[in-house]
Design a protein around this ligand. Structure first.
Ligand SMILES: [Mg+2]
Length: 346
């Protein structure tokens, strides 16, 4: 993609992200692309079962499909049956498939290995995970000066360092000293940002340190994502990153800038890299408040799959609520599993 095309694409989706996609403005020369969108896309999302000829038409009209991972193409360490065949078939049909996950515990390279191990075709550039996207944000908006204090896994610091951003923090930080000493814990004077991610070593000491850095109003405050539950296999779940973010926000009396879904920045990372047209992009996810809301925020067509967190009843309840904010959580379509879309590609 040329610089001019990239700038045009960036301007395009910036305009698209004006809230309600039905009121989205379109720059000159792009109206024709929008005119091609079926009327159903322009109307309010209805959460209809996607099957038969309509499924073929919806997939045919898309250039790119963004897939969330947990609960969509895999659960834990096991692929959703038929998901790899679907994605490989989509790619054979010339569709671009990108993977977009809020999970910050792995680098892009680790996700690529996992995808390939489960039978998916994937290149590292196809993966947009919050550890990497946080590093991109810190590199671009504007370039981070000084170190980043990371509450997160080693994968986060690895992605930061890969873009030349220094960081400290991952690993255990047990209680030390007496309570009277904690307000004066030694601080690294070079820290200019705090990034909260999924941190299995989260501790009171880390909370104290993060709050101390954030007392400086010039210290940036980011969070990879705000999912409060991290689903595991067989319906189990553990507290997610959002719980840690809320603790740090409460301690610092500040609000974090969120990188992951439903923030439009996550889509922007992919849109700028590949020149995506929102009108010809589908978001496939299992969560209404992250995946589907991202799609609504960015003017994408959305498909909810029922193999993960959110239920059809929740989606229908939002649809029938009559409340504008809840309607933004309603997908255009749902499927019981992404594998149900396979016949649409025959
Ligand atoms: Mg998910």
């Amino acid at each position: 993609m040329s610089d001019t095309e990239a700038a045009r694409c960036s301007a395009y989706w910036e305009l698209q992200f004006t809230g309600d996609r039905r009121r989205a403005r379109v720059p000159e020369g792009r109206e024709k692309a929008l005119d091609l969108r079926p009327q159903s896309v322009m109307a309010a999302a209805e959460c209809r079962l996607l099957s038969g000829p309509e499924a073929s038409a919806v997939l045919e009209a898309a250039d790119t499909l963004l897939f969330d991972c947990d609960g969509v193409i895999w659960r834990g360490e096991a692929a959703i049956p038929g998901a790899a065949q679907l994605i490989n078939r989509l790619q054979e049909r010339g569709k671009r498939v990108l993977y977009m996950t809020n999970n910050s515990t792995k680098t892009r390279a680790m996700y690529t290995d996992k995808l390939r191990g489960l039978g998916f075709r994937a290149e590292t550039q196809d993966v947009f995970a919050t550890a990497f996207c946080s590093a991109l944000y810190l590199q671009q908006k504007p370039a981070q000066r000084g170190k980043v204090y990371v509450l997160g896994a080693e994968a986060v610091s690895e992605e930061l360092r890969s873009l030349g951003i220094a960081c400290i923090g991952p690993g255990p930080d047990p209680l030390c000293g007496a309570m009277g000493d904690w307000a004066a814990l030694p601080r690294d004077s070079d820290v200019g940002a705090v990034l909260v991610a999924f941190d299995p070593h989260f501790s009171y000491m880390k909370l104290v340190r993060a709050a101390a850095y954030l007392r400086d109003p010039g210290c940036r405050f980011l969070a990879t994502n705000t999912d409060t539950r991290l689903p595991l296999e067989a319906g189990a779940a553990i507290p997610g990153t959002g719980c840690l973010v809320r603790a740090v926000e409460a301690a610092a009396q500040r609000t974090a800038t969120v990188i992951g879904k439903p923030s439009a920045f996550m889509f922007r990372c992919a849109a700028e890299r590949f020149g995506l047209d929102p009108a010809r992009t589908i978001m496939v996810g299992d969560r209404l408040d992250t995946d589907i809301l991202l799609g609504t925020n960015c003017g994408l067509r959305t498909i909810l799959t029922l193999t993960g967190v959110s239920t059809l009843q929740e989606a229908e309840s939002h649809r029938d609520s009559g409340e504008a904010d809840r309607r933004r959580l309603v997908p255009d379509y749902y499927v019981h599993s992404v594998a149900d879309l396979l016949p649409a590609l025959d």
